[in-house]
Ligand binder design. Sequence first.
Ligand code: RAM
Length: 345
Amino acid sequence: MSKRIICMILTLILAVGILASCTGSTPAEKETVYALVTKSAGNPYNEKEAEGFTEVMKAAGAKYVVQHPESATVEAQIAVINSLISQGVSSIAVAANDANALSSVLAEAKKAGIKVLTLDSDVNPADRLTFCNQAGVQQVAQALIDAVYDIAGGEGEYAILSATSQATNQNAWIDAMKAIAAADSKYSKLTLVEVAYGDDENQKSTDQTQALLSKYPDLKVICAPTTVGIAAAAKVLQDKKSTVKLTGLGLPSEMAAYIGDDADHSCPYMFLWNPIDLGRLAAHASIALVKGDIDGTIGGTFTAGNMENSPYTLTAVEGTNYSEIILGQPFRFDGANIAEWAQVY
Ligand code: RAM
């Protein structure tokens, strides 16, 4: 081999070596950070959710960030999610304030490689990998319409005091209640007079309750499928010693003074699930998505520490090919058990 060729080969080897040392170095490992975005600040239910999420993240030694948008609006959530995307978080678990309006910001998150999931209140299922659902929509709706039926004595006027008009979870429960009532003549003597919105704000929910009372003198029952709405309505009705009765979804710690089956209490019974557990479930699901133990496909399973129903399985959202993870059944609180649960959440 001529000196020239040897020289060319050596130059080539050197060049390849330099190139490899420039491009072949392993990039710095991206730090894993798990994010939770609740519906809004100032709602104790959302704080309980965050408590469960935080507990699991701390126990796992993981980095996490919890954001409570300033109000239960989609605009506030978009701003928060945009900032999480720029921070380069690894996952975002969001309790959505709107089914569709988060679509483009969540698409941005996905493009940035962030694992997107929902809890408590879903988005359009194509925009997330999975949904941590507190209880099946049908089960919640059945429990609520049956409570209205029972407390009204099978007939008469009832109203719904909801959260925001865009809240996916409340809208799903209300639609399912209407469908159940329309499909079974058992409920034909119940009349839904209005769905009012207190926007998950105490004052607005109080004002809406008062407005319902003055607009509908024959009203028998108010059903509030929101912990903020039910607590506000409970106080209005009990302070007024109103004969209108209340049911819905409430936090035991906020409702203990109003629960009882007598004239002194405005709410004979109500339902909920453990919001701390819902936060825990969302934390475990976030970790499983980031680690690749699940990818959102129906049938996937993951372990959730010492949670009661662990391991959890991703099941189909009724009538779709999209997945959800059901935490459990809605639980009933009445005069017999409220004191005990008021200590827990
Ligand atoms: C309120 C919120 C939350 C809902 C509960 C029942 O705190 O609207 O999303 O799940 O009520």
